[in-house]
Design a protein around this ligand. Structure first.
Ligand code: AMP
Length: 439
């Protein structure tokens, strides 16, 4: 199969050839003809599948069929983070190299005036984060009356970050007659509700079974006590000679602490999270991409939309509280045909989180202990089918195999308040204010 056999013009095919793409990825093979047909599309696609080209190429072709009449935009692409917006904009520029389509990007954290100037000059494709787009609209810098195509990219992330109100406001301002494309890595009930109100008889595109993890990614679990995790990570980085590893922590504070610890072990590292300025985040990412720092420590929100080519190694220093975030995290490795390795350092108090992840991805992850780091508190090998937590606690207290981990009193209690920290309610508030702060 080739890009031209999907119905794309010679100019667009040439742009993909320039990028070194030989064949369309599975999501592209399905999404490109669907979008070209003019229908609404609902696509289940993770980052790394080539989804950006999957919607951008046909969108450019459709826009190329007739010239712009006013100042545009004619296509609106909404993304949850500035990083993703910038990347999508870069992709639009690459793919539109041989067509006259004009594109721009707007997001928070930078001056609004230059963005207003760009909008005034007229454009076809606008890539935007929802908060800044609403600010621009309220200042009369953008109109939506010419929008023909709307793309919601990483829609699940947008909802997690609390953008639903801005999205609904924007939707209400768009012309009723338009084509809608919704891309999401996961499909929660919330996303389905949004999709029902937004999409009209959509073509459904799904490359891998829902919520399954990228096949090319080798996944393993290293059981280890919480107190030993940073020492184990330093050892793994050194022993394996990892020179580009993305490490996830649950909290901003944890990210800072781990970065300091790695540096004191002589490993170059930087943290990116919501408390860092846009400048600091961009700098850390650039240094990581260039290979100046070996370890980038990130929280889930900060890591969204990071496109780092061929990232070989992802480490979960702590498991995420929301199982779907695991799928997102490991989607950072093994991108577009590359193989990758996602490794999770899991302590006994995270047993329940691990069970939730294994249930979601429908497989048990192999456990592998590292010599010298064998945990005192062991992880349950298999999530017990219908374990009664109170009985489990009693048993572990009574000895059994002598390891008390699975039911360590307070173990799960420790995890739970953490879960609250990123539970839907607060997660939204944090995400939203994080974005707006810098918007
Ligand atoms: P995305 O999922 O859109 O973030 O794309 C992930 C990466 O895959 C990007 O770095 C793209 O440049 C790359 N890519 C997209 N389509 C293809 C393709 N057909 N062949 C090879 N690489 C691709």
């Amino acid at each position: 199969m080739s890009f031209s056999s999907l119905g794309l013009s010679e100019q667009l095919v040439r742009a993909t050839t320039d990028q070194g793409y030989e064949t369309p990825s599975p999501i592209q093979a399905q999404a490109i003809p669907a979008v070209l047909s003019g229908k609404d599309v609902m696509a289940a696609a993770q980052t790394g599948t080539g989804k950006t080209a999957g919607f951008t190429l046909p969108l450019l072709q459709l826009l190329g069929e007739k010239p712009r009449e006013g100042k545009g935009p004619r296509a609106l692409i909404l993304t949850p983070t500035r990083e993703l917006a910038a990347q999508v904009h870069d992709s639009v520029n690459l793919y539109s190299k041989y067509v006259p389509t004009k594109a721009a990007v707007v997001f928070g954290g930078v001056k609004i005036n230059p963005q207003m100037m760009k909008l005034r000059k007229g454009l076809d494709v606008l890539v935007a984060t929802p908060g800044r787009l609403m600010d621009l609209y309220q200042q009369n810098a953008v109109r939506f009356n010419e929008v023909e195509i709307l793309v919601l990219d990483e829609a699940d992330r947008m909802l997690d970050m609390g953008f639903i109100r801005d999205i609904r406001k924007i939707l209400a301002l768009l012309p009723a007659k338009r084509q809608n494309l919704l891309f999401s890595a996961t499909f929660s009930n919330e996303i389905r509700t949004l999709a029902q109100g937004l999409l009209n008889n959509p073509v459904q595109v799904e490359v891998a079974a829902r919520n399954t993890t990228a096949e090319k990614v080798k996944q393993s679990v290293y059981p280890v006590d919480q107190s030993q995790k940073s020492a184990l990570l330093s050892k793994l980085v050194r022993d394996n000679d990892w020179d580009q590893v993305l490490v996830f922590t649950r909290t901003k504070h944890g990210a800072n602490r781990l970065t300091k610890k790695l540096e004191s072990d002589g490993i170059t590292a930087a943290a990116i999270h919501g408390n860092k300025s846009q400048g600091a985040r961009t700098r850390a990412l650039a240094e990581f991409k260039q290979g100046d720092i070996r370890v980038l420590v990130a929280t889930d929100i900060a890591a969204r939309g990071l496109d780092i080519k061929q990232l070989p190694q992802v480490v979960n220093f702590e498991l995420p509280n929301v199982p779907e975030d695991y799928v997102h995290r490991i989607g950072r490795t093994g991108r577009a045909g590359e193989s990758g390795h996602a490794l999770s350092l899991v302590s006994a108090d995270e047993g329940k989180l691990l069970a939730g992840i294994e249930k979601l991805i429908k497989k048990q992850l192999p456990r592998q202990e590292v010599e010298g780091f064998e945990p005192q508190n062991n992880l349950p090998l298999k999530p017990k089918a219908k374990a009664d937590p109170s009985r489990a606690r009693n048993r572990s207290g009574g000895g059994g195999n002598g390891r008390s981990g699975a039911g360590r009193p307070g173990g799960q209690r420790q995890a739970s308040p953490g879960a609250g920290g990123r539970g839907r309610g607060r997660g939204q508030g944090q995400g939203r204010s994080g974005q707006r702060q810098s918007a």
